[in-house]
Design a protein around this ligand. Structure first.
Ligand SMILES: Nc1nc2c(ncn2[C@@H]2O[C@H](COP(=O)(O)OP(=O)(O)OP(=O)(O)O)[C@@H](O)[C@H]2O)c(=O)[nH]1
Ligand SMILES: [Mg+2]
Length: 341
């Protein structure tokens, strides 16, 4: 297994890259594991039924109500199949969080389920699909939309819904290439049970099995490509932090220079003043004490400020060195993964 990144160390520099880091580690840890294919969508849209059709057995619980509330996995024929809780069905949204975690971190490929009886995609689904597509510019290549339960509607109605959904997706740059297939997992399973090839054919599931076969053969290269992409993203995020530190350092150096310049100029005027006072020859001792205190007050303030600047400079330089080490780690881990297997 490849080494993985120490996420906590990274988070103190790039807290906004948490998703990227977790996904990156997941990819590294699972580089030689079978592909993980998840089904995602609103509750009751037929996700678990689809999965049962994929694995050829009743391994996932199906019901006519909000049923799946935990992530469930089952390994079949070289694929880890993942069922997710229905989106938008839990008022507390904990179901959604589990489903999103699967989608963003665990899965290599997502089948999105939308039941044909619902007609067009609702705002929640459109938003959710968009969020997925946008998490990574190339991610839509890892998703496929299935319009489910087509046995519940006449073929012309199914075709109409498919057109409407296609129109909806084509309005968005990120989703316009998302593949859509209309299926009935129920019909497929009946086709298998009754050994009825026509039913299996009419289920629309046959090309989807071909897609699964393709995912299996491509998963290693897909993972490598994604690892490289995420590494690039992490390196860029860390580079942004380095630039921010450099700007801070420049600012501190400028302030420091300005302070030194003023200190020199200030001392000059104090000496000029001292010269005038001393020429008066009155209360000589008192005046010398005054001049000394003037000089030392000014210089002690300045010295404190300069010490603060030096402290900040040391801190920033140490952070910079640490970021460079982290960048090196990302490069090394990525190379390990890409050269591996
Ligand atoms: N007629 C028909 N019914 C289906 C089909 N797929 C699912 N159903 C039914 O739709 C209901 C919901 O199916 P599930 O597979 O449990 O749906 P789900 O999306 O997993 O639901 P949650 O687990 O609650 O998110 C069940 O009553 C299924 O029998 C299908 O292709 N045709
Ligand atoms: Mg379910």
């Amino acid at each position: 297994m490849n080494s993985i990144l120490d996420i906590h160390r990274f988070l103190s520099f790039v807290p906004e890259s948490e998703h990227t880091l977790k996904r990156f580690n997941r990819l590294l840890a699972s580089a030689s594991e079978p592909p993980r294919i998840a089904v995602l969508g609103k509750y009751n849209h037929g996700k678990s039924t689809l999965l049962n059709a994929f694995v050829g057995a009743e391994k996932f619980r199906v019901a006519d109500k909000r049923e799946t509330t935990e992530i469930a996995e089952y390994v079949h024929d070289g694929v880890v199949w993942i069922d997710t809780p229905g989106l938008d069905g839990d008022p507390l949204e904990t179901d959604d969080q589990k489903a999103w975690r699967t989608a963003f971190q665990l899965a290599d490929f997502l089948f999105l389920a939308h039941q044909v009886q619902a007609g067009e995609l609702d705002r929640y689904e459109e938003g959710a699909f968009l969020r997925l597509a946008r998490q990574d510019r190339n991610y839509s290549r890892g998703m496929h939309l299935l319009l489910t339960q087509i046995d519940q509607r006449e073929p012309d109605e199914v075709a109409k819904v498919e057109r409407t959904v296609r129109d909806q997706l084509s309005r968005s740059f990120d989703l316009k290439e998302l593949p859509i297939t209309s299926v009935s997992a129920d019909r497929y399973q009946r086709g298998i049970r009754t050994e009825n090839a026509k039913l299996r054919e009419m289920s629309g599931m046959v090309p989807i099995f071909a897609t699964v076969k393709r995912i299996k053969s491509e998963v290693t290269s897909l993972r490598k490509r994604e690892t490289r992409r995420l590494a690039g993203k992490l390196l860029a995020d860390l580079n942004d932090k380095l630039s921010a530190i450099d700007s801070e350092l420049t600012e501190i150096n400028n302030k420091r220079r300005e302070m030194k310049r003023r200190l020199l100029a200030g001392s000059f005027w104090v000496y000029v003043l001292a010269g005038t006072m001393l020429t008066d020859q009155k209360d000589l001792i008192k005046q010398i004490v005054q001049i000394e205190s003037l000089l030392s007050a000014g210089s002690s303030d300045t010295a404190t400020k300069l010490r603060e600047y030096d402290y900040d400079r040391r801190n920033l330089s140490a952070r910079k060195r640490e970021i460079l080490v982290l960048q090196e780690q990302v490069r090394r881990v990525m190379l390990e993964c890409v050269n591996d297997s």
